[in-house]
Structures are given as C-alpha cells and as structure tokens.
Design a protein around this ligand. Structure first.
Ligand SMILES: [Zn+2]
Length: 388
C-alpha cells in the first residue's frame, strides 16, 4: 500500500514537472511563458542569447490533421529583439504568427519578420518584444474567458437563457444560450476544433446580427428557437490542443457514436427538443480551414434533398447578390462516411446542415464586414420557408 502511494506521488511529481518545463523557459535576457489558457509549445531551447527554438507538437499521437497550434508570451529583461524558430516535426508552418501586446488585440506578424523553410518544417519569426511583453500565437486567443464574457452579455438579453447542458472530459461546463421555445429550432455550434479561431470570430459577428435589435432579427426570433453552443471543446481550447478534446477524440467524428461527453451533451439537448415536439430546421457548425482565404460552405448536394428545399443554394445566392465583389465558396458534398455534425443532422432530421468554414488567414476586417450579410440573408431565406 505504502509503495503504491509512493509510486502515485512519484508519477504526479513527474507529470507536474514536465508540464512546467514544457510551458516555460528563460535565459538571462528573455522569458518564454505559455502557462495560460491555450498557451502551448512542446519544447523550448535557447540556441544563443537572443535565439530560441520552440518545438510544436500535437496533444496526442492520434492527431492526424496538421493544425499546429502555438501560443506563448515573451518578456525581455534588457534586450528587445528575439529570434524565434518554430519547429513542426509532425506538421508544417500552417499558421501565420499573430502578435499582441495585451492578449486581446492582435495583428499578423509583418511579412519581413517571418521566413519559412523550403519544406515548411521551420518558421523563423523576429519579434520586437514590447516593454510589458508580446504574445505570439497561431491565431488570436479566444479562450474560456472570452466565452464567459459573451455568455454573461447574452444572459442579460431578456430573450436569452444561458444554461450548462453538460460537462467536458476535464469537468468544464458545456454552455448553451437559448431563446424561448418556438415550434422551429435553429442549432449553431462552435469550436469543436480548438485551433479554428476564425470560425469563432465569424460566429460571434453572426450571432450579434441574429440576436440584434432589428426588425428582421425580431421577426426571426419570433418564429425560431435559437440553440447556441459556442464552445463545444473547452478542454481542447484551454489546453492549447490542435484538434482533439481531452478524450483524444476529434469531436467532429463522434456524431452518432456519441462516445464523448461534449457531443453527448448536444445529443441530450436534441432529445429534449424532440420530446417537446419542436422541429429542427437548420444546423450551422463554425470551423476554419486552409482551403480558402474567405469563406467555404460544405453542404448537402441537390440530390440530398433538404427541408427547407435548396436552402443552401437560396441562401448563398442571395448573399452573392448583395456582395457581388466578395468571393466565397459553396462546396456541396454527399453524406460522408465520417460521423460528422453535418452528416448527422442531415440524416437525422433532413435539415440543411452546414460546415461553415472560415479561411485560417481570412482578412479579419473583411470577415467582420461581410458576416452580417450572411446572417441577414440566412434569416430572410429561413423566414420564407414554409412552416412544417
Ligand atoms: Zn474544423
């Protein structure tokens, strides 16, 4: 018994030491610190007094999609310029570094400050460290505190209730914002994949319009219940994962199996909707992708008839008519073998089900400018659908 306790204590020490070392290092001039929500790098080594090499690795060996998330804060003791080399042994330099001096507002690193090796396994970034430190991150930091603030704002909205509908593998709440029950239901999901921050940015702008104080918004909310789950994978986000939850699973491959608590929370939520006799009408699932610089929608094909019929084409056509100079992609695909969200909701309910993908490096200001049009036209076209 004593031996067992000793072993456990020893193992715990090993783990805590490893984590601390993995997420922090320093020399006489600089500190590299990733001990915060979504902070991440696997290894850190100073190659000279003003050059540091960081190795970026996925959360577990089952990760197959190359989404090399990194995020750390650099502080300088006396010098102010540091050369950071990012190494991606199991991926490539997918994300252009974003910099921040306050952890809230971000900008892309300057072109001349970044160079990538020919095989894209290494990326060098020259960082001018601000007096109070500079964050360097694969994407903007949109973590639990951001969602907490947003959900607190939503709960102040008289039409919206915020509730915890489940608990993640590591015990974080899965939170739902919902409007009052109407016969028809729209489901919006975000952040199944932790690294896919641009999807989170778009979702926030989209929801601001749908929940906003416009005539269209009010008419829409009079007819449809909104179920909004903006943070599906809180453990993955907190731990700086590339793709998985804390159960080493891609949540967007668990729709049907429902082996993970995060997806099970939605299954349970929808079972309640079914029980009340309410009718799901549309599912939008926000992600990000390397396959576009703007927005890309994966939908059903015309052969997979949805109800409302041809909703995807009608919606996206009316968006294109309003912003003809903005090009985005509509990529209808047959139902995949993979148990993903889009396939699940189409097969289960026959409703239009979207993977709403934002480009990794999509221009943020442009995204912010066009997203209201997507939200408004979604509402307009849904309001034209016949009632079930
Ligand atoms: Zn994704």
């Amino acid at each position: 018994m004593i031996r067992r306790i000793l072993l456990i204590t020893f193992a715990a020490c090993l783990i805590s030491t490893a984590v601390a070392e993995d997420r922090f290092c320093q020399n006489e001039l600089f500190t590299i610190d990733a001990r915060y929500d979504a902070g991440a790098f696997a290894k850190c080594k100073f190659k000279s007094e003003d050059m540091v090499e960081l190795t970026i690795k996925p959360e577990d060996h089952k990760v197959v999609v190359e989404q090399p998330w990194f995020s750390f804060k650099i502080t300088a003791k006396t010098a102010d310029t540091i050369h950071v080399r990012l190494k991606f042994p199991s991926a490539y330099a997918r994300y252009w570094p974003k910099l921040s001096t306050d952890g809230v507002t971000w900008q892309r690193a300057a072109d001349e400050a970044v160079s990538t090796s020919r095989n894209e396994k290494k990326m060098d970034v020259v960082v001018e460290v601000a007096p109070a430190g500079t964050w360097v991150s694969a994407q903007e930091l949109i973590t639990q505190s951001y969602y907490d603030t947003w959900l607190a704002e939503l709960s102040a909205h008289e039409e919206i209730t915020v509730a915890t509908i489940g608990v993640s593998t590591e015990g974080r709440p899965i939170q739902l914002a919902k409007t009052a029950n109407k016969p028809e239901v729209i489901l919006l999901l975000g952040r199944q994949h932790p690294a896919e921050v641009p999807g989170a940015l778009a979702m926030r702008d989209f929801m601001n319009i749908v929940l906003g104080d416009s005539e269209l918004g009010r008419e829409f909310r009079d007819r449809f219940t909104l179920l909004i789950v903006p943070l599906m994978n809180p453990d993955g986000v907190a731990n700086g994962h590339w793709r998985h939850n804390a159960g080493r699973t891609d949540l967007n491959r668990d729709w049907g199996p429902f082996k993970q608590p995060e997806t099970r929370a939605i299954a349970k939520l929808m079972a309640g909707i079914d029980e009340l006799g309410l009718q799901p009408r549309l599912m939008l699932d926000f992600h990000a992708t390397k396959y576009t610089d703007s927005i890309l929608f994966y939908t059903q094909t015309e052969e997979d008839v949805t109800n409302p019929v041809s909703f995807a084409t009608n919606w996206l056509t009316s968006v294109a008519e309003r912003i003809p100079d903005y090009s985005f992609k509509h990529d209808p695909r047959p139902v995949s073998e993979q148990p993903n969200t889009k396939g699940y909701f189409f097969v289960r309910y026959g409703i239009p089900s979207f993977t709403y993908e934002i480009g990794d490096e999509a221009d943020r200001e442009q995204l912010h400018a066009v997203t209201p049009v997507f939200a408004e036209e979604m509402m307009r076209v849904m309001l034209q659908a016949e009632r079930p």
